[in-house]
Design a protein around this ligand. Structure first.
Ligand code: CTP
Ligand code: MG
Length: 223
């Protein structure tokens, strides 16, 4: 296992992280747009279907910022096969030939190495899907949270922390065909540390980020 894989995993999942944080930022930017996804409807139990905290603004903001994050990463990270700590973790934007990401290109001596590359629009769409899935997971969680009688904003460990991870990961695998052939599977499965980081470290990070958001007065509660 490689410790660098921890940071590679965080970079891979960055669109979902940004999306998950974005509702708070977008709420500051467009405070007037508050339309709730559930349209104010109640469940059969008389409780809100999702609650006032799940807005279209949050869903759209997360999708857009997820796309922007993936595009920014693709443009900033060095190409596959080039030196650099994050080289090749560009969603396959600058090409990928199926070898483990970060390894030397096996076809370099042959001269003609036809790299499969992810177009930038596909990288953007991939980030949008990751961001959308993260917030859709958050909303699905809220549905069950309301059915359990928990108010919006009340803590519900570990579901508050894991909702966007589960949905984000499913989306990451499902949307793999958008990117360079084999890139997503190589990124997520070549080193088990990558998946482990996303599943295990993310809830801890989520908690940490929320505490910081609370200190910065972006959030009313530290979870
Ligand atoms: N938010 C939003 N739209 C979303 C998700 C979140 O506007 N789709 C904003 C809301 O202002 C929300 C805040 O981000 O209050 C924090 O999000 P979160 O903790 O997910 O929502 P809670 O209010 O805690 O609701 P729940 O108990 O259902 O998780
Ligand atoms: Mg919450």
């Amino acid at each position: 296992m490689a410790w660098s894989s921890v940071l590679h995993a965080l970079l891979f999942f960055l669109p979902a992280y940004v999306a998950n944080m974005s509702p708070l930022l977008v709420a500051k930017a467009i405070p007037g747009w508050k339309a709730p996804i559930d349209g104010g409807r109640l469940g059969k139990d008389g409780r809100p279907l999702l609650g006032k905290g799940k807005t279209w603004r949050g869903l759209v903001g997360g999708t857009v910022l997820g796309a922007a994050t993936a595009v920014a990463v693709a443009l900033l990270v060095p190409a596959y096969g080039e030196p650099g700590f994050f080289s090749g973790w560009d969603y396959g934007f600058q090409g990928f030939d199926g070898a483990p990401i970060g390894s030397d290109r096996p076809c370099e001596d042959g001269g003609t190495c036809a790299l499969d590359a992810s177009p930038l629009w596909a990288v953007g769409l991939y980030g949008a899907i990751l961001g959308f899935a993260a917030l859709a997971g958050d909303a699905v969680k809220s549905y069950f949270k309301r059915r359990r009688g928990k108010q919006g904003g009340a803590p519900w460990v570990p579901f508050d922390q894991l909702d966007f991870v589960v949905f984000g990961l499913i989306a990451a695998f499902a949307a793999a065909p958008l990117l360079a052939d084999g890139w997503v599977l190589a990124a997520l499965l070549d080193d088990w540390v990558v998946l482990a980081t996303i599943v295990v470290l993310t809830p801890l990070l989520h908690f940490l980020v929320n505490v910081i958001g609370y200190w910065l007065k972006l959030k009313d509660v530290p979870w």
